[in-house]
Design a protein around this ligand. Structure first.
Ligand code: GLV
Length: 304
C-alpha cells in the first residue's frame, strides 16, 4: 500500500483542483499521480521543486503534461497504455454503431411519442458489411478497432506514416482515406501537429455518407467546422467521446444536432479497465519515487 510507505496527499474534491489549489498542495512533493484534468506545465514543475522524481498520469494520453519541460528536468512521466486499448476500441465501435444506426435519435423519437407505426423507411441508417473504415492513427487503439472491423466484414484502410500494416488493413495517404472511407475513426494523440487536424478542409474531403468518430482528444477536431459539416449534411454523422473543452458547455451548438452523438469522455470507462489503469499508475509512481525505471515511461530519454 502506497499509504503505508509514504506520506500521501489525496485531493478530496470531486472536481479537479483549481490552479491555485494545485499550487498550494504540490510544493515539495516527490511524486505526482495526476489525472488528465490536471495541467502540469513548466511553471507547476518549478513550483513543486527540484526534488520531484516522477509524474504518473492515470491515462494513456499525456497532452496535459509538458513533456519537453519534464524531460529537460530529468523527470520521468508515466502513462497507462495497453490496459485500456480494448475498452477504448469497444467505445469507438459502439459509437460507430450508434451513429450509423441512429440509436440516440431513435430513442429520443420514441420517447417523444413520435413512433406511430413500423415503416420500411423509418430512421434508416448506414451498413457495415463492405463499408470502408479509415483509421487515422494506427497505434494500439487504432489496430484494436481494425481487428473488430474484420468481424463486421469491413474494408480497413489507415493513415499513419509510422505504423506497419496489421489485420488486413491497407496503409494509404490521408487524402485517399478521406476520399474512400464510409467511417473515419480518429486515433492520434493530441499534439501541436494534430491540433484541429479535422478541420473544414478535412471534412470537405469526406464522403457525404461518412461518419466521423473521435475517441482521442477533443482538440484534434475543429468543432465549429464539424458543426458546419453536420448541419449542412456534408457528412452524415459524428460521434465524439471527447470534446474541447470538457465538460462541453450546454450551449454548444453541436448539442442541437440530431446527427451528432457526444459522450462525457468514457473511452476507458469499464470497471476492470479503470482498476488496471489505477494499478499501473500506482506502479509508475512507486517506481519513480524509488528511483527505478517506470514500467511505462513516455520520455525514456531521461534514462540515457
Ligand atoms: C483517456 O482518455 C486516456 O488518455 O487514458
Amino acid at each position: 500500500m502506497i499509504m503505508d510507505r509514504y506520506s500521501v496527499i489525496i485531493w478530496p474534491g470531486e472536481l479537479p483542483p483549481t490552479r491555485g489549489q494545485l499550487i498550494q498542495q504540490v510544493r515539495g512533493i516527490d511524486g505526482f499521480l495526476s489525472l488528465l484534468t490536471d495541467r502540469i506545465d513548466e511553471e507547476l514543475m518549478d513550483l513543486i521543486g527540484p526534488q520531484l522524481k516522477v509524474i504518473s498520469n492515470m491515462a494513456v494520453g499525456v497532452d496535459n503534461i509538458d513533456l519537453i519541460a519534464a524531460t529537460a528536468r530529468g523527470i520521468p512521466v508515466g502513462n497507462t497504455p495497453d490496459v485500456l486499448t480494448d475498452a477504448t476500441a469497444d467505445q469507438a465501435f459502439a459509437l460507430m454503431l450508434a451513429a450509423a444506426r441512429r440509436f440516440l435519435e431513435a430513442d429520443r423519437f420514441l420517447r417523444a411519442g413520435k413512433w406511430i407505426t413500423w415503416s420500411p423507411s423509418l430512421l434508416l441508417g448506414a451498413d457495415f458489411v463492405d463499408a470502408t473504415l479509415g483509421i487515422v492513427g494506427f497505434g494500439r487503439i487504432g489496430r484494436a478497432i481494425a481487428k473488430r472491423a474484420l468481424g463486421f466484414d469491413m474494408h480497413v484502410i489507415f493513415h499513419d506514416p509510422s505504423a506497419g500494416s496489421e489485420f488486413n488493413a491497407q496503409p494509404v495517404e490521408l487524402d485517399t482515406l478521406l476520399r474512400l472511407s464510409d467511417f473515419i475513426s480518429i486515433n492520434v494523440p493530441l499534439t501541436y501537429e494534430t491540433h484541429h487536424l479535422v478541420n473544414a478542409k478535412f471534412l470537405s474531403r469526406m464522403k457525404s455518407n461518412a461518419i466521423l468518430v473521435n475517441t482521442s482528444r477533443g482538440g484534434v477536431v475543429d468543432q465549429a467546422a464539424l458543426y458546419d459539416a453536420l448541419i449542412s449534411r456534408k457528412i452524415f454523422a459524428a460521434a465524439l467521446d471527447v470534446t474541447d473543452p470538457e465538460p462541453l458547455p450546454l450551449d454548444c451548438p453541436l448539442l442541437e444536432l440530431e446527427n451528432c452523438i457526444i459522450m462525457p469522455h468514457l473511452g476507458s470507462a469499464s470497471r476492470r479497465t479503470r482498476e488496471m489503469m489505477s494499478l499501473l499508475a500506482a506502479e509508475n509512481l512507486i517506481a519513480g519515487i524509488e528511483g527505478k525505471r517506470l514500467p511505462n515511461c513516455v520520455n525514456p530519454q531521461v534514462y540515457s
